[in-house]
Ligand binder design. Structure first.
Ligand SMILES: *Cc1c(COP(=O)(O)O)cnc(C)c1O
Length: 346
């Protein structure tokens, strides 16, 4: 039997419809803005996020980096969560490439940052200090259990940002999961953001690519930055074609992934040696604590793999399971049995 791979939603395979669309895609040189399929994808992304324009880039990391470089100059400061993907998992790219200073504020368990803490992190106008330019919100919040961040919070953050001359960027790698979980639209969730990035290659199932969405001036600048980062690709319509299918056919099924995560979590909550906070299972991620008296999470991961289920350890006592297409409720039941057995093996 093939393994149930719950390491990440990035392991999704392109669907048959994507492969057909890729094979048939009309393409051109996208650096000359002559790829009609890329342009269609960018127009669709702009529409769905409610922004003027969009730009297709290689990855979520590149999308976030392009946005940071557009919002901030060398020596400027940005405020972001201490558990954020940009801070944790992107090599501090904007410091390395753009000389941008990172100022972290603690993430709250719901993935937000306390607004008073954000306000307190804004630098006064003083020759000693860098200038605060940007605040970044992650939605859904990966290291905070995949929690969705609602539009009400964004509105309050925007008010604070405007008062303090900050731009707002949303790292929306999984913003479609957030919209599904909150039963709202992506447009609503990013109305108060100056820029947003999202991934096609996670739960949406496309093989590669992310989009940056913002107003037209910002996207013109983002296009220049993408080029200097080496992201000016040519006949990328073959990838964009899969992205179009992702936006047309895959976003409305994300609620299934969320239901599967819940089904798995509810089963695991009953297993001995494992614990799950069910209230924190809101999207497609299940964080599971392993009783440390039984052994480290890394050992649990190995034992679980022997039983045909793959996950990542995210801490000494914690693992993460991510649901995605085309896993089914039956797969969740099978995975839950393997979890219970692996806990027993420890
Ligand atoms: C995956 C992810 C990214 C980066 O995407 P890549 O395409 O892997 O570079 C950015 N932010 C968050 C929250 C992510 O989960």
């Amino acid at each position: 039997m093939t393994a149930i791979d719950l390491r990440s939603d990035t392991v999704t395979q392109p669907t048959e419809a994507m492969r057909r669309a890729m094979a048939a895609a009309e393409v051109g040189d996208d650096v000359f803005k002559e790829d009609p399929t890329v342009r269609r994808l960018e127009e669709k992304a702009a529409r769905v996020t409610g922004k003027q324009e969009a730009l297709f880039v290689c990855s979520g990391t590149m999308a976030n980096l392009v946005c940071q470089l557009c919002h901030c100059g060398r020596g400027d400061e940005m405020i972001l969560g201490d558990q954020s993907h940009v801070f944790y998992y992107e090599q501090g790219g904007s410091a390395a490439v753009g000389g941008i200073h990172h100022r972290t504020v603690p993430n709250l368990p719901d993935g937000t940052m306390d607004l008073e803490a954000v306000a307190a992190a804004v630098r006064p106008d003083d020759v000693h200090f860098p200038r605060s330019r940007l605040v970044i919100v992650e939605n859904t919040h990966n290291r905070c259990s995949g929690m969705p961040v609602d539009a009400g919070y964004m509105g309050r953050l925007k008010e604070l940002a405007e008062k303090n001359g900050l731009a707002v960027h949303v790292d929306g790698a999984r913003i479609f999961n957030a919209a599904a979980a909150l039963e709202t639209t992506v447009e609503e969730l990013v109305r108060d953001a100056d820029s947003v990035s999202f991934c096609l290659s996670k739960g949406l199932g496309a093989p590669a690519g992310s989009l940056v969405c913002a107003d037209s001036d910002f996207i013109a600048e983002a296009r220049r930055v993408r080029k200097v980062l080496g992201g000016g690709m040519r006949q990328t319509g073959v990838l964009a074609a899969a992205g179009l299918v992702a936006l047309e056919e895959m976003k409305d099924r994300l609620a299934e992934d969320h239901a599967n995560a819940r089904r798995l979590a509810e089963a695991l909550a009953k297993a001995e040696g494992l614990s799950v906070d069910l209230e924190r299972v809101r999207t497609n991620m299940v964080y599971v604590n392993i009783d440390p008296r039984r052994g480290p999470a890394s050992r649990f991961v190995e034992l679980l793999a022997k039983r045909g289920v793959l996950v990542f350890a995210t801490g000494a006592e914690q693992i993460r399971a991510v649901t995605h297409h085309p896993l089914t409720g039956g797969d969740m039941d099978r995975a839950a049995r393997a979890f219970a057995a692996a806990a027993g093996d420890m």
